[in-house]
Design a protein around this ligand. Sequence first.
Ligand code: BGC
Length: 605
Amino acid sequence: MFKKVQKYRFFIPLIFTVISCNKTVDVKEDKNIIIEKKVDSLLKMMTIDEKIGQMTQVRHFWDISKNDVATKFIGSVIHTQGVNPGETAIEWQNKFIKLQKEALSTRLGIPLLFGVDAVHGQNTFNGATIFPHNIGLGATANEKLVKEIAAITALEAQATGFNWVFSPCVAIPYNEKWGRVYEAFSESTELTSKLTKASIKGHQGNLSNSKTVMATAKHFIGDGATEFGVEGGETSLTNTEIIEKLLTPYKVAVNEKVGAVMASFNTIKGAAMHANKAYLTDTLKTKMKFDGIVVSDWKGFSRFGKNNIINAGVDMVMAVDGDLNYFQKEVKKAIDSNVVSMSRINDAVKRILRQKFRLGLFENPFPNKNFISKIGSFRHRKVAKQAVRESLVLLKNHNDVLPINKKTNKIVVVGEHANNSGLQSGGWTINWQGTKENYKGATTILDGIKKQSTGNVVYDKNATSKHFDADVAIIVVGEVPYAEFFGDVGHESNKLTLNLTKEHKRYIKTYADKDVKTVVVLISGRPLVVTNQIKKSNAFVAAWLPGSEGDGVAEVLFGDYNFKGKLPHSWPNSLADFKGKYGPNFWDNNIKPLYPFGYGLTYKN
Ligand code: BGC
């Protein structure tokens, strides 16, 4: 068995040498031709079980037991909520190195892809640099910065053992009730497309570099455009609307050679997107010429029509949570009975192998230990802090209450969000649903205020200490972390609304009613209906979900830097704006936003 692996490995560089002798062939094309030849030769050697194995993706815990990677020929392993691969980065790497060695020990030695939901930095690792969520990056509208952030995320993902990230989410959110608004850049197709391009460039580089990872444009298509913003709900747009408003970021992603596209949970005309051949195959693969991997979302196979999803064009299946054996058996039966054709299977496997070759995994299957020291490094945090500063949108600044003079005698800081890096970071931070605790290496907004001020800073967490003699009150309020359907407004799992909680309204009222100059900083994954709170306060800042560098917020409040952020979503005036199927992003002409898309004030000089 071992000998065959060795033989195959020898075979690859050999073809490479022969073909690359022809100097007249364009180098890039040359590389592609070589890869296609390698893919074809390898595919010819594969059994049906090996092919099905390549199409299988599992978690490194719970889904697999000893030897499964080798005996079930697994193609990809992911990390997500559940059991961490270890405490330290080296333990994470070692866990994945062990699994990689198991894959390499098989007859053909095909390396694994290791995927992770690194959606705002390598957010599954405690101690990584956590960037603002994409909505905040949308507010920066800074392509260069987004590219740099993606490159850092790629490096920190590699440093913890991954070569694939399930990011960026390129949705266009139609309704702020959707629990994933913050995962997307903007309601604007144009801005989303610009930042999608930058993000994919940053993540992937030229793909074969060991510092970069394969990116995933998700969720294809219509995830953010469901009626009433329900995660996995019905997207009732016309085909023309889907093509005009939602498809462009995917076109850009495909042009940038994105390695993967993830199918979406939503339905279109009542039919699951996972089983939608017209979009997955005819549009994405055939018309748009996407040659990468269409990966299913969570348990996509058992949830959305089993072999129909393979026939529709899904190439790799997230066979998690009890789906592994079921998927492998069912698809094998389907091949035997011609329900799924061999050519469909071959196409799927080719796409997976192609990306593995493009990533250089056959030559370089293991993570690099030298990258570990870069996790959460000063340089990375500096970029994250720049992103925090540039993402802040100043909505109101009555009588220039901002910037705050550093020598101000007494400042009172209010709100649990002011002193909690978990709360300021949103979902997909350390845990899937985020954390409500401080995490490693992060600074809070209060830390930043204390650093900036030379006067007296007092913290009144719940607005009960009544420091009415303060010159300024900085009140930090907002949403608690959530992810996916847990964040849908109206979902039975939560009591979320698009308003602030009673408690948070009271924080603002307590100080504003006593005529303390009130600066409100809103931490949220979407625009909220805060019209009355904006009226009550002297200054109001939309800070989105800044991530680990909370002190970046204070640097702008105290005038070290000017405000730069512009609204990536139009801002609703009232809850009534959400009465329709779709929210105020897609206003009918009678509804006027409180602030339009692109709004944002700055200091005068
Ligand atoms: C989400 C995806 C995510 C996947 C893997 C799904 O529930 O919809 O965005 O990449 O889980 O964690």
